[in-house]
Write a protein that binds this ligand. Structure first.
Ligand SMILES: N[C@@H]1[C@@H](O)[C@H](O)[C@@H](COP(=O)(O)O)O[C@@H]1O
Length: 327
């Protein structure tokens, strides 16, 4: 059941996009886990739009890079869960000053990001579940809503149909994976290093898992390896005892994932493989499954993270520096 507020907020933001004289660029700007949510949207714009360029940038990089194309023809979509990350708030101010239309996602109404942006969407937050009102779903609705408004794309209809099913798909996938999740947590609770690997739209959730779950929340050394880049450096660290979590997606980049998996499985005995097909992603319309699969992966991966945190006795909420030290 969609709440009136979130749908109205999205509708109002999309109306503003439709009313713009021209839209040549969408900049997706955020930090950390919120930035990772943007990456599948950049991917979708690159795959589907003939007239709009999509670019996802860390908010500090957005300020430093000062894209020359930023201006009246730009829509800048920002996200900060807390609404307080200074780089993201400043990016909203920079975007507005440049004449861009700013649309922000935050969980906290009245937060500095909310105040700094023309349009705000206050999404639902409930890890290990998914709905059309969770932040990555809101981003997909915005991205495909913009493509509908500016280019007449019909895919937003399929996005809505996919999102109507996504809660059930995620619940079933997590239930089906219960034993695999428990086995993974036991087998990895003392690992000092775990790599993640993915490509295409799934690079975002794999990146988020490496930096937010392993590094930030579990203090495990990690890096996210792009499956296509694996053969151009990273594969040299592969060994029988080196653990990887690999996401194998549906859609255009699946062959990139499969090539990396075939090699990694030959030399590592520590591969944890999550295949979108086994997670029920194919139940969504084929036209958009590759754009919505990150929502399934991120929810299932969160279930893996929760169990690992339990097995390690290291709660996901513990930080040494974040929100405690000056940075
Ligand atoms: N895992 C994320 C971090 O990566 C991020 O830096 C921080 C602030 O993010 P936000 O701007 O979304 O509040 O929150 C979370 O802990």
């Amino acid at each position: 059941m969609l709440t009136e507020t979130i749908t109205t907020q999205i509708t109002n933001a999309l109306k503003a996009v439709a009313d713009c004289g021209t839209v040549t660029d969408i900049f997706y700007v955020a930090c950390g886990g919120s930035y990772a949510l943007m990456l599948p949207n950049q991917y979708a714009v690159e795959r589907e739009s003939s007239s709009i360029a999509g670019q996802a940038l860390n908010a500090a990089e957005f300020k430093a890079r000062a894209p020359k194309r930023l201006g009246k023809g730009s829509v800048v979509i920002l996200c900060s869960h807390s609404g307080t990350t200074p780089e993201t708030v400043e990016a909203a101010k920079i975007a507005r000053a440049a004449g861009a239309l700013t649309i922000s996602l935050t969980h906290v109404p009245g937060s500095p990001l909310d105040e700094a942006s023309e349009h705000t969407i206050n999404y639902t937050h409930a890890p290990m579940s998914m709905s059309a009102e969770h932040s990555p779903a809101v981003l997909a609705r915005l991205t495909f809503g913009i493509l509908a408004a500016r280019e007449g794309s019909k895919l937003v209809v399929d996005i809505d149909a996919g999102l109507a099913k996504i809660g059930g798909i995620v619940d079933k996938a997590i239930a089906d994976q219960k034993e695999a999740i428990a086995a993974y947590a036991e087998a990895h609770k003392r690992e000092p290093v775990i790599y993640t690997m993915a490509s295409g739209a799934n690079y975002g959730p794999a990146y988020s898992y490496a930096i937010c779950i392993y590094q930030e929340m579990q203090w495990i050394h990690s890096a996210c390896i792009h499956a296509g880049e694996y053969f151009h450096g990273p594969f040299e660290i592969t060994d029988f005892d080196v653990p990887f979590v690999q996401l194998v997606g549906v859609g255009a980049s699946r062959s990139v994932d499969e090539r990396a998996l075939a090699f990694a499985q030959k030399y590592s005995q520590r591969m944890t493989v999550l295949d979108a097909k086994a997670l029920g992603v194919d139940e969504m319309p084929a036209s958009v499954a590759e754009y919505l699969q990150p929502l399934v992966f991120s929810s299932v991966l969160r279930a893996y993270a929760d169990k690992l945190a339990d097995a390690k006795g290291h709660p996901l909420s513990v930080r040494r520096y974040m929100w405690k030290m000056e940075y």
